[in-house]
Design a protein around this ligand. Structure first.
Ligand SMILES: [Zn+2]
Length: 298
């Protein structure tokens, strides 16, 4: 899961036809990076689609695309391949990333880096907000397997490290949701499929190294970091974490050298009186902010 806001050039969602859940094949799909697709804030997609009726058929302007590295999906000028492992990591765990459609179009994404580090048959990306037993047979089979876990924090979630010690079936698959906190919550609670696997969470003291994207709290991790920690626990190999985090560190240091700013967490800003925006009027949102200020886990 990733935090609410980030340093990036594009708004939340690039406008496109109403979503369907899809599986991405590495390197096949080209994406917008820094171009100028018509954009709308998340949630306004349907309205936007209606008003832009027919625009989808227009040809794409080639000038808007920046050449993208087929391996790490970064623009070629800032390719991160030198920071990727020479060969994909050998792992036995299968990783499923359930990606919110808005996440796919963000400029600074961590999932392509994760994909580039792992064997193709061990890392699958499913894009969508709603998944059903009938339409998503593969996912439905995965969710029903006893060795499948879903990483989603909460009162019901077991600590991954403790869970694997007593688990009668050693976990073979882990599902991670990629989106902002509210997108991940929506995906988790509105798809009954995701309630089938054992729910686990990470109990880690590491602070996020993804410093160019604002985190709600100091302990929120990006999707890549969650996967790195979870896989090193499941594979019982700490070097996995190191290898997976190397391209993320390179990405952040490059962005910082080129003008990006370290995004202090919302928690830090609130606690130190540095939060730049007025406090929300909505009572629920205000309560959340107060909880953050008092360091209560939300
Ligand atoms: Zn590359």
């Amino acid at each position: 899961m990733e935090p609410q806001s980030e340093a990036r050039a594009l708004p939340d969602a690039a406008a496109r036809p109403p979503e369907v859940s899809t599986t991405r094949t590495r390197g096949v799909e080209e994406r917008w990076e820094g171009g100028a697709p018509p954009a709308a804030p998340a949630g306004d997609l349907a309205a936007d689609c209606a008003s832009a009726d027919g625009l989808w058929a227009l040809p794409v302007e080639p000038a808007a695309r920046r050449p993208e590295c087929g391996c790490c999906s970064r623009p070629q000028k800032v390719c991160l391949c030198p920071f990727l492992p020479v060969h994909p990591l050998r792992i036995s765990t299968h990783l499923y990333i359930i990606q919110h459609p808005a996440e796919e179009n963000k400029v600074l994404r961590t999932v392509p880096l994760l994909e580039a580090c792992l064997p193709q048959d061990k890392c699958k990306i499913k894009i969508g907000r709603r998944f059903s037993e009938e339409r998503d047979i593969e996912l439905s089979t995965v969710c029903r397997k006893s060795g499948t876990l879903i990483l989603y924090p909460g009162a019901e979630a077991a600590n991954l490290e403790e869970f694997i010690l007593d688990s009668p079936v050693y976990p073979s698959t882990i599902i991670i949701i990629d989106g902002t906190w509210s997108q991940a919550k929506d995906i988790f609670y509105k798809n009954s499929l995701f309630r089938l696997p054992k729910q686990v969470q990470l109990k880690t003291n590491i602070s996020s190294q993804y410093v160019i994207r604002m985190q709600p709290t100091n302990r929120c991790l990006s999707t890549l970091e969650c996967a790195a920690v979870a896989l090193s626990i499941l594979e019982k190999n700490n070097s996995i974490q190191e290898t997976l985090l190397r391209p993320l560190q390179a990405l952040c240091s490059f962005q910082l050298q080129h003008g990006a700013q370290i995004r202090l967490s919302k928690e830090y800003l609130l606690k130190n009186g540095l939060y730049p925006k007025p406090m929300p009027k909505n009572k629920r949102k205000l309560r959340k902010m107060e909880l953050l200020m008092n360091s209560v886990k939300i």
